[in-house]
Design a protein around this ligand. Structure first.
Ligand code: NAP
Length: 483
């Protein structure tokens, strides 16, 4: 019922950083799953590229291991894996030296889609773009895919955009935010714009407030040095939470086209009010039963980097006047759960005698676990004894509603890579969006630096610092439970 697989056009996909963590954990296993689904034409090729010198056969064994470790598909057999590996090649190239580029050029074919995935440190983006141009490997129709982080602040994001713009048009640049590739996130648009029910209520007349929570149980161990230089604001809020906020708050685009959607998202970011510092809570996890402290994980005993943020934002426009958007994200929290909750206003008046409870409709869009949607509705409690009201969820867990086929739904990376090959930029961030997001976050971060802000400690395995609860309580509201 779910997957109607439409094969993409044949392609040559070069993965710079083809031996790296992201390629092994996400990109290659994802491509393998798309191959198994029948979406990749057999005459397509995937070319790994990195400095390490190795034979294509060696590279194929590396990828075979990666597919086994990071999930291909239990149902697949050796023949399918062999057929997939047949599409793979490897070239040793150095982004900052001349080695290997003639060889890469000689492998490129005409008449197929050319895509270049920059799965390397952002400091190499400029060198790669220059080399693709210098050796005439990229054509005016080629696409490049770039990973997060896209800049560290507004000046660095601008500089990166300028570097890429030297050789590539905006229509050729695919900036990945894998949250946009998540099925439920796209469903948010389907719910809003594919049903008549919600859009008339989607405004300050009916919505009390909106909560976005992205809670993780993992700490920063393993990527501590990167994270310590970044923090939750740069690592999560500026990109992922901001993108979710945009999809919730944007005006209906006139069609589901790349620029139409991105124009509307950009308007939301530009309408965000500067945040009052009293409306932000920064936290850092302390040691707890779940593991060591942030400082131990980050190997920085004096770190003031935040591993948790809770904040209240406002969007300055007609639709959302006075409606708070509460955003919250953190590491080493009680459970791994992400959801968007649209909390509707109370009834103005209850006709039911003795009904003291406050009944609210809440639309909750769960990103994980159990991707799905539920709508809290008020009904009569069954049985005799008068008209007593209770709140019940109208639950649509996708796995139940869509049956076993839900396992075949591509994960975020798979779907986004297929969109690159199809030339569909709708779920990728445009350069001006990224810059606008930094323009809003930079003053917040600068304020912390000027004030030497010290994050509040929270116990690992909890729901975050006490102050984040107060942020809600002060407004007479409460966070939805992190389950
Ligand atoms: P990684 O494991 O350190 O891999 C880096 C890759 O780049 C390796 O294949 C390395 O191979 C290659 N490389 C390094 N210097 C090079 C050069 N001068 N020329 C050509 N290739 C070079 O990094 P990663 O974790 O895969 O991350 C890659 C990118 O994705 C980064 O921008 C990161 O921020 C982003 N990202 C990663 C994740 C993740 O889960 N890993 C998630 C989100 C975003 P050689 O040393 O052999 O050259």
């Amino acid at each position: 019922m779910v997957s109607r697989v439409i094969p993409v056009d044949p392609f040559d996909l070069v993965i710079f950083g083809g031996t790296g963590d992201l390629a092994r954990r996400k990109i290659i296993p994802g491509l393998f799953r798309r191959f198994l689904s029948g979406q990749l034409p057999a005459d397509s090729r995937i070319i790994g590229a990195a400095r390490s010198s190795m034979e294509p056969a060696e590279y194929k064994s590396l990828l075979e291991e990666a597919i086994k470790e990071f999930g291909g598909d239990e149902k697949s057999g050796a023949d399918e894996l062999a057929a997939f590996l047949n599409m793979i090649d490897y070239v040793a190239v150095d982004a900052v030296a001349g080695d290997g580029w003639d060889h890469l050029k000689s492998l490129m074919r005409d008449g197929v889609v050319r895509a270049f995935y920059f799965s390397v440190a952002p400091s190499l983006f400029g060198a790669l773009a220059d080399k693709l141009h210098e050796y005439a490997i990229a054509t005016s129709e080629s696409r490049i895919v770039v990973e997060k982080p896209f800049g560290h602040d507004l000046p660095t994001a601008r500089a990166l955009n300028a570097i890429l713009a030297k050789h590539f048009d905006e229509r050729q640049i695919y900036r990945i935010d894998h949250y946009l590739g998540k099925e439920t996130v796209q469903n948010l648009m389907a719910i809003r714009f594919g049903n008549v029910l919600f859009e008339p209520l989607w405004n300050s007349h009916y919505v009390d407030h909106i909560q976005v929570t992205v809670a993780e149980t993992v700490g920063v161990g393993g990527r501590g040095s990167y994270y310590d230089n970044s923090g939750a604001m740069r690592d999560m809020v500026q990109n992922h939470l901001m993108q979710l906020l945009c999809l919730i708050a944007m005006e209906p685009p006139n069609k589901f086209g790349a620029d139409e959607v991105r124009d509307e998202k950009l308007k939301v970011i530009r309408a965000l009010q500067p945040v009052d510092p009293h409306h932000i809570v920064r936290g850092q996890y302390d040691a707890g039963s779940e593991g060591p402290s942030y400082r131990e994980d980050a190997e920085n005993a004096r770190s003031f980097t935040e591993s948790f943020i809770a904040m209240k934002c406002h969007i300055n426009n007609w639709r959302w006047a006075g409606v708070p958007f509460y955003l919250r994200t953190g590491k080493r929290l009680r459970s791994r759960s992400s959801e968007i909750a649209v909390v509707f206003k109370d009834l103005g008046h209850s006709i039911f005698e003795g009904d003291e409870a406050r009944h609210r409709n809440i639309l909750s869009i769960r990103l994980q676990p159990n991707e799905g949607i539920d709508l809290q509705m008020t009904i009569k409690e069954p049985g005799p004894g008068g008209m007593r009201l209770i709140d019940v969820p109208l639950d649509m867990t996708f796995a139940d509603a869509l049956g076993a086929d839900v396992d075949d739904v591509p994960d975020a990376y798979e779907r986004l890579i297929m969109d690159v090959i199809r030339g569909n930029q709708t779920l990728f961030m445009r350069g001006d969006e990224v810059e606008a997001a930094w323009e809003w976050t930079d003053p917040i971060i600068k304020g912390w630096e000027i004030r030497n802000d010290v994050p509040k400690l929270y116990e690992a395995g909890s729901a975050g610092p006490e102050d984040s609860m107060m942020l809600m309580h002060r407004d007479g509201r409460k966070w939805r439970e992190i389950r």
